[in-house]
Design a protein around this ligand. Structure first.
Ligand code: AMP
Length: 434
């Protein structure tokens, strides 16, 4: 008995028609990111597990519970990448990029893997589009990456994404702040889950983005890092806000926006989908998360290099674009119907030749079909025009071409074009709006 296989839970097959949205979004990303001066980096799907433990951190959900980790045949602990910042930093250090480039701006696009609980917009294999800029301490760099995100959302046609902004300071005042947070949360220690208790001990800032109902009052009244921020970071944050205002990019200050790891410094931001009406993403509304991490490169054994970056969830953006702007199905300009007989080879040869010359031309490779059936196929693939090619056409050197995109009760529109003039006609036809 044969077994019917299903894909692994939380991992999707991406196919038409959604794949056309993916391709359109990816195309926009490639040209926009290039215009902003970012070049692509492709790192392997897997890395040494220790890279993520060191960078993302042991006490995070990702490393603690969600990584796809295995031992390879050489007895190494390997993990499928759950995010793109650590692999990019590893590559930046490994290839000593800082020695030859004072400023490096990279983007990446590809699948990430996290063993998460699934729901709309949350998968176990998902896709991120991210950028990392190394070498600039100036607030202009924070603003550039934020402006890049903003421009991208506009270009792909997703409105209602709200920029949430916070600053974590440069770390110099953090010990005092963490102490204040610990004191603040101490009275609610007994109502905390084991997970929250662990965060309290090892990663106190994380409590600020906890969803535990019992902690919400304490979170609302918690001291904010903006109260104790150092002078340099305050000026940096003011500069970021001033420049964003100048660029006409609105933002909301959001003190709950923390990245609980020590090497995150200064600016942190998220873009959250917040429409007025129904939210197609439900609670998975964060479409982008990013910030400054001036200490990561050094922590991973590289030089002291400041950096800013972000990662966007492409699956969520595709869901939104699909809802807001359904793809118009394109289709071939011309569909050529064939007949059984000696001319079928000529007809097929013509299709292939036209395709190789750059025209969008299709036919039905199944053969044996009546012309009417082939016409049905042509309309199914949304062809603009249809012509049969058999003995008569071969002899006369002329095709009778029918318009396939007429309104239901419109009279038939047929043109007769010689094979010699076919290219010129196709050129014009492929530009004609349908
Ligand atoms: P993070 O690396 O967790 O900051 O995630 C950056 C962005 O990736 C999020 O804002 C989401 O849009 C997206 N993302 C994270 N995890 C998932 C997931 N499991 N499924 C789909 N998208 C995700």
């Amino acid at each position: 008995m044969s077994t019917k296989f299903a894909g692994v839970k939380g991992m999707n097959d991406l196919r038409s028609p959604q794949i056309e949205i993916w391709q359109r979004i990816e195309g926009i990303a490639r040209s926009l990111f290039a215009r902003y001066g970012y070049s692509e980096i492709r790192t392997p799907i897997v890395e040494e597990t220790a890279l993520f433990v060191r960078s993302v951190g042991e006490v995070t959900e990702i490393v603690g519970k969600e990584m796809y980790t295995f031992t390879d045949k050489g007895d190494r602990s390997i993990s499928m990448r759950p995010e793109g910042t650590a692999p990019a930093a590893r590559a930046y250090i490994e290839h000593s990029i800082a020695n030859t480039e004072p400023l490096t701006r990279w983007f990446y696009m590809g699948p990430m893997f996290r063993y998460e609980r699934m729901k709309t917009g949350r998968y176990r294999q998902f896709y991120q589009l991210g950028a990392e800029a190394y070498g600039a301490l100036d607030p202009a760099q924070d603003v550039e990456v934020i402006a890049l995100c903003d421009a991208f959302f506009k270009q792909i046609g997703v409105p209602d994404v709200v920029l949430h902004l916070n600053s974590l300071g440069d770390g110099s005042t953090r010990p005092a702040y963490l102490e204040a947070l610990k004191q603040h949360f101490a009275p609610v220690l007994e109502v905390m889950s084991a997970e929250a208790k662990l965060a309290y001990e090892k990663n106190t800032m994380r409590l600020l983005d906890s969803k535990e109902p019992a902690l919400q009052d304490a979170i609302a009244s918690a001291p904010t890092i903006l109260d104790s921020i150092d002078e340099g970071s305050k000026k940096h944050f003011d500069d970021v806000q001033r420049m964003l205002t100048k660029l006409g990019i609105p933002f909301e200050l959001d003190r709950r926006l923390v990245r609980g790891l020590d090497y995150y410094t200064r600016t942190t931001f998220e873009f959250i989908y917040q429409p007025k009406g129904e939210n197609a993403l439900g609670t998975a509304g964060t479409v982008c998360g990013g910030g400054r991490y001036d200490r990561l490169v050094h922590e991973l054994g590289g030089p002291e290099k400041p950096a800013v970056g972000f990662a966007m969830g492409l699956d969520r953006l595709v869901l939104l674009v699909e809802k807001l702007k359904p793809v118009e199905r394109g289709g071939p300009t011309l569909f050529i119907g064939t007949f059984e007989g000696p001319e079928r080879d000529d007809a097929i040869a013509l299709v292939m030749r036209l395709r190789n010359e750059g025209f969008d031309v299709d036919f039905d490779p199944r053969g044996g079909n009546k012309l009417g059936k082939q016409k049905e196929r042509a309309s199914k693939v949304n062809a603009a025009w249809f012509a049969g090619y058999g003995g008569d056409e071969h002899k006369s050197g002329k095709l009778k071409i029918d318009n396939m995109r007429l309104p239901k009760d419109a009279p038939r529109e047929q043109v007769e074009i010689s094979l010699d003039g076919l290219r010129a006609w196709l050129n014009a036809a492929s530009k004609r709006p349908s």
